[in-house]
Design a protein around this ligand. Structure first.
Ligand code: GLA
Length: 388
């Protein structure tokens, strides 16, 4: 984890020498259940031991925010009352979350903030949700007597993405960042918002991420198109069945999807087909975990990869290559993780195959793309909290 003293020294240096409070929130992994959150389905994330650390303090002004991004060495000051907000994309997370927390009744005034992070950017581990939930946690504490609930902070983070950053994301990332618990994955029903902690200690296996270091940009990107495709299918199904209510693909059956296949077209059909299959796979993974059947879990992960690559079309050449390498090395399960369009694969690998797999992946990826993938051993950590 990041060093608090490092963040503190920068906070002191870049502002008026005083200290504030320090908060942290993690990035996340997701075992299975991709692109299901905005379709009312299930997800299976966990927080990681990498995150964002922010020092924050009310600065006595009505609405001036002075912000310093330590990693970028970039300082931006802005006013909360400015309807446009700051231009820098990192500062928009601060601006957005502050306005969303105000909407929840937190009397946010001017504050100083310096932050740093060690969630790899563009790896699909949700560095943005880590920022949103960290800043929300700080503002809730400093200005709001911690009255805003954890779920409302999750929703404020999501609204920040929607309203200020141009990504119509679901709730998985912010949920995992706020509710994470060391050693546990969480199965969340994104429709009812009920969730369960699943202690995750696979005997003889480990989870490892291979980061292709191919960057994705979700804003104004195919991510929102995928969501539109799913919503379009729901609209067509709803029109055919006025007797029932259809909010998301969660409410739709395979038969209903087949009924609208011709009218929605092959592309939207394939998107919805993936989502319906993925919904069932998360539940099957839960059963397999309860039985300690990790080989079954892995098989389902490969199926998810196949669907994300061929039907949802959010993979890319580099990630398909990493997936093939995993298969050839006898890795139990492997798939692209997160929104897609770059990022990393998550791999469930037997301890005795781990070294050989990593060495082979590094060598062959380097030969083909001129650089090695980055390797992150997954450590499942705690969610948002105040450090001091
Ligand atoms: C991104 C979004 C999430 C989720 C995943 C795909 O991480 O922020 O809400 O949709 O993609 O599962």
């Amino acid at each position: 984890m990041l060093d608090i003293e490092f963040v503190r020294s920068r906070f002191i240096k870049h502002f008026d020498g005083k200290t504030g409070n320090v908060y942290t929130s993690p990035g996340r992994i997701n075992l299975i259940g991709e692109h299901t959150d905005y379709n009312g389905g299930f997800v299976f994330p966990g927080a990681v031991d990498k995150g964002v650390v922010a020092e924050m303090r009310a600065n006595g002004t009505e609405d001036t925010v002075m912000a310093y991004a330590i990693d970028l060495k970039d300082r931006v000051d802005f006013k909360l009352s400015d309807p446009n907000g700051p231009r820098a994309s990192w500062a928009r997370y601060i601006y957005g979350i502050a306005l969303e927390m105000k909407k929840l009744g937190v009397p946010v005034k001017g504050f100083n903030i310096a932050f740093a992070g060690d969630v790899p950017l563009g790896a699909g581990m949700s560095s943005s949700a880590a920022m949103e939930s960290c800043f929300a946690c700080g503002l809730n504490d400093i200005f709001g007597d911690n009255k805003v609930s954890q779920w409302d902070m999750v929703l404020a983070g999501q609204a920040t993405e929607h309203n200020y950053c141009g990504v119509n994301c679901g709730i998985m990332d912010q949920f995992a960042s706020v509710f994470g618990k060391a050693g546990c994955l969480m199965r969340l029903d994104c429709r009812s918002r009920e969730f369960e902690y699943f202690p995750f200690k696979p005997d003889g296996y480990r989870l490892v991420l291979l980061d292709s270091v191919v960057k994705h940009q979700l804003a104004g990107s195919p991510y929102n198109d995928r969501r539109n495709s799913c919503e379009n299918v729901v609209k067509h199904i709803a029109a055919k069945h006025p007797e029932a209510t259809f909010e998301t693909l969660r409410d739709c059956t395979w038969e209903q999807l087949d009924e609208v296949r011709a009218e929605v077209g092959e592309e939207d059909y394939k998107r919805a087909k993936f989502v319906l299959g993925e919904k069932d796979r998360v539940l099957a993974v839960c059963d397999a975990l309860n039985e300690g059947d990790y080989e079954k879990v892995g098989e389902l992960m490969y199926q998810t990869h196949e669907g994300l690559s061929k039907d949802y079309e959010v993979s890319c050449e580099e990630l398909d290559f990493l997936n093939d390498i995993a298969k050839e090395n006898g890795v139990t399960g492997s798939r692209i993780m997160g929104g897609g369009f770059g990022g990393c694969t998550i791999n469930l690998v037997r301890n005795d195959l781990y070294r050989q797999f990593i060495a082979d992946a590094k060598k062959r990826f380097n030969e083909k793309y001129g650089h090695e993938p980055k390797v992150y051993d997954v450590v499942i950590g705690d969610g948002s909290r105040k450090l001091c």
